[in-house]
Structures are given as structure tokens and as C-alpha cells.
Design a protein around this ligand. Structure first.
Ligand code: ATP
Ligand code: MG
Length: 412
């Protein structure tokens, strides 16, 4: 037997309807916010992610699926959605079309990680990118979209953590203060953070190591360092969120892993799915489009992990109705009856009603069992009497109630 590669999963029919539900909700919510779908390739030139995610990030440093194709080009399977969207935005001259561009995607992502609950090597994201506005109201709008999505899924108990990491200028001052502080505690930090200290000190605030967490508790706080413009922007974001009735907690340790973020950053975190509790992360990235060779276009976005959403729904006991069940199962008792069954299911399907019949030459008893297994709502038996009279009994499986109908009435 050949197994799936480590860190990947099959989605079987017994589960796929849950994915459809999550994706449908995502599309619906995006639509109500005026966002349109964008689909970018599964792989890009590696450079897109080197420039668009950043060379000091975990993703670029250790998680990318990078290979040379047969033409000797360096190709990478997308580890996240934003960089590819930004590349497409630049390449297709979208900055000269309508702004803001309100975009969303649902895509698989690939990261070479140590697989565990909520952490896979192939996973899926629903993401949103709003490009072209620096206004604080679009920050709030982006966050509200994420919140609305979670609400519509039936997910209630998640906490929204909000922070501002300022602009390049204020961050420079802050990074120096942070480095000075961390340098005094370097011996107690994990190896990874020792390495991060010079490359990407902000990332240390995000470290999951207990000792590093303890150290960063008393570290200088970014919000004490941001400039007046950034501070005003942050106040406005908070104000808009309050107007929208979105509860949040300011958390100066939320920094996000990616190099290109500035000002607003946020995460939605749940306590219900263990260590991998972050279901959604996002932020503002005003330098990204220029970084990929485009115009100076601002942007903000988020990505939600669909597997983590499904875990959360499961753990919260949220019932997802399966809309894919067969409505009519037609049970024929012989050759001629099977021909009639075939005709009837075809007519029902034409009307958009799901219908099925026997393909296994089963006895009536076995057909009822099968109908029950596939969750058929109604069963219609066709024997020689039914065939001759043109009248059938339609049995409602849940209640056992039977109703007489002609063939015509059944398929009307
Ligand atoms: P984490 O801190 O858990 O590694 P991250 O900061 O790397 O998350 P992002 O790059 O912000 O995650 O991705 C957005 C969302 O995608 C995450 O909040 C999470 O829900 C999901 N996600 C990220 N990596 C994985 C993975 N390997 N498997 C499943 N879901 C993931
Ligand atoms: Mg990660």
C-alpha cells in the first residue's frame, strides 16, 4: 500500500461537505464586502517569495518547497497567498484599474513543517487582500470581514488581538531598544531567538519557547515607540472597530512573522484547539507591492487556516448540515422496473433533484439498507404492480410515512 506523503491529508466524501460549507461561507462573506476572487498559480518563481515574504522569515528560511524544474528554473510551491496575489497585481497592471482592489482567494499552501495537530505540509487558506488604500477604515473593514466569516461559521469564542508595529522609522527606534534589552538576556534565550536577534528581533516576541516568553514579558513595548502618524492611525482603527461592535484586545506581542508588515497587525486566537490556536492572521503591508516591482500601493489582508477552522468547528460541536444527500432513492424489483427507475431518476435530476437507483442487482431489503446508508430522504419501490398501474408509494425514511403518487406527479 502506498500512503499519502507525511503532512498531507485526503478529504473523503464523509468530510468534504464540511469543506464546502466553510468555503461557501467564505465566498458569501467576501461577496458582501465587495471582494472578488483571484486565482494565482500553485507555484511561482522562488524570487516572488524571497522578495514577497522576506528572507528572514521562518517560511523562507526553512519551510519552502523549492525545486529546480526541468528547465533549471527555481520554482516554489506557494507557502502562502499574499505574495502571489501581489505579483499578479503588479504583472496585470491592476493599480491602474479600480482602487481599492478588493480581492480574496481560497488556496492550498505548502510548508515543510513538522506535522502535528493543526500543522500540515499541505494546508488551505481563505485569504483577503485589499490593495490601494492607506485609510484606517479599510484596516477595520478587513478585520470585520474576518470576524464576520468566523461568526457565520458559528465560531464565537475567539479573541481578536490587535497591535500596531508602526512604520519603518518608528520600528527602527524600537528595534534598537528591543535589541538592547534582549542582549542583556541573550544567554537564556532559545537558539533560534539568538539567531533572530540580529536578523529579525521583532519575531522574538512571537516565540513559543517558555523562557523567551518570560523574557519578552518585560521587553520594551512597540506602542511606546510608534510615531504620531502611526499612533493616530491605530486610534482610528480601534475607533472603527468599536463602531462595528468588534471586541479586541491590544497585545503588543503580536508582530506577525512576515517582513513586509507595517502598522496594523492582528490575530484571531482560540483556546479550543490546543497549541496551534491561531486561526487567522493578518496585517497591513504598505511596502509589498513596491517590493515586487510595482507602484507605491498600500495593502492590508489576512489569511485563515481552513483546517484549523474545521478543527474548531469539530471541537465546539458545531453541526454542519450535509446538503449532498440523495433525496429520492428508487428501488426496482426486476429488469423492466430498473428501466423505469432509470427513466425516473433522469427526470428528477433534470429538475435538479438528487436521485439514485440500484446498480448492484440487490434485493429489496438490501436496497433499503443501502438507501439508509447513503442517507436517502425518500424511497420509492417499483414492482410489477407499480409498473402496471403507474402509481408508486413514496416512503419518507425518517417518519415512515408513505404517500401514493403517479409517475408523473413524482417527477413533476
Ligand atoms: P503559526 O504561528 O501557527 O506557524 P503562521 O504565522 O505561520 O502560523 P500565517 O503564515 O499567518 O501562519 O498563516 C495564516 C494561517 O494559516 C494561520 O493562522 C493558520 O491558521 C494557518 N496555517 C499556517 N501554517 C499552517 C500549517 N502548516 N498547517 C495548517 N494551517 C496553517
Ligand atoms: Mg508558521
Amino acid at each position: 500500500m502506498i500512503n499519502v506523503p507525511k503532512g498531507t491529508k485526503d478529504v473523503l466524501p464523509s468530510d468534504s461537505y464540511k469543506w464546502q460549507f466553510v468555503e461557501k461561507t467564505a465566498r458569501e462573506v467576501a461577496r458582501t464586502f465587495g471582494a472578488n476572487e483571484i486565482r494565482t498559480p500553485t507555484f511561482e518563481h522562488t524570487e516572488v517569495f524571497l522578495r514577497g515574504v522576506g528572507e528572514t522569515t521562518d517560511i523562507v528560511n526553512k519551510e519552502m518547497y523549492t525545486f529546480l524544474d526541468k528547465g533549471g528554473r527555481s520554482i516554489t510551491l506557494k507557502p502562502e497567498g499574499t505574495a502571489g496575489v501581489a505579483r499578479a497585481f503588479v504583472e496585470n497592471g491592476m493599480h491602474s484599474a479600480v482602487l481599492p482592489a478588493k480581492l480574496f482567494y481560497i488556496t492550498q499552501c505548502f510548508r515543510y513543517e513538522r506535522p502535528q495537530a493543526g500543522r500540515l505540509r499541505e494546508f488551505h487558506q481563505f485569504g483577503v487582500e485589499f490593495l490601494g488604500s492607506t485609510d484606517a477604515n479599510i484596516d477595520a473593514e478587513t478585520i470585520l470581514l474576518a470576524k464576520t466569516f468566523l461568526d457565520k461559521e458559528g465560531i464565537k469564542n475567539v479573541t481578536l488581538y490587535l497591535n500596531s508595529i508602526g512604520c519603518k522609522e518608528c520600528r527602527k527606534k524600537y528595534e534598537q531598544a528591543l535589541k538592547d534589552y534582549l542582549n542583556q538576556n541573550i544567554d537564556d534565550m532559545c537558539e533560534l531567538c539568538k539567531d533572530r536577534l540580529n536578523k529579525n528581533p521583532l519575531r522574538i516576541l512571537d516565540c513559543k519557547n517558555d523562557k523567551c516568553k518570560e523574557i519578552t514579558k518585560s521587553a520594551p513595548k512597540i506602542l511606546d515607540y510608534i510615531c504620531e502618524d502611526c499612533s493616530n492611525h491605530f486610534e482610528k482603527v480601534k475607533n472603527y472597530l468599536t463602531i462595528a461592535g468588534v471586541a479586541f484586545k491590544v497585545n503588543p506581542n503580536i508582530v506577525r512573522g512576515l517582513d513586509y508588515y507595517n502598522r496594523t497587525v492582528f490575530e484571531f486566537v482560540s483556546d479550543n484547539i490546543g497549541a496551534q490556536g491561531t486561526v487567522c492572521g493578518g496585517g497591513r503591508y504598505d511596502g509589498l507591492i513596491a517590493q515586487l516591482g510595482g507602484a507605491d500601493v498600500a495593502g492590508i489582508g489576512f489569511a485563515v487556516g481552513i483546517e484549523r477552522i474545521l478543527m474548531l468547528l469539530e471541537n465546539l460541536g458545531v453541526e454542519i448540515p450535509n446538503p449532498n444527500k440523495v433525496v429520492y432513492y428508487i428501488a426496482p424489483m426486476g429488469e423492466k422496473e430498473t428501466e423505469k427507475a432509470f427513466e425516473l431518476v433522469s427526470k428528477l435530476r433534470e429538475k435538479g433533484i438528487s436521485a439514485d437507483f440500484d446498480h448492484m442487482n440487490r434485493s429489496i431489503k438490501a436496497q433499503f439498507k443501502y438507501a439508509d446508508k447513503i442517507g436517502a430522504e425518500k424511497v420509492v419501490v417499483i414492482g410489477s404492480d407499480e409498473l402496471n398501474n403507474g402509481v408508486v408509494k413514496v416512503k419518507e425514511m425518517k417518519t415512515g410515512i408513505e404517500q401514493l403518487m403517479t409517475f408523473d406527479e413524482l417527477t413533476k
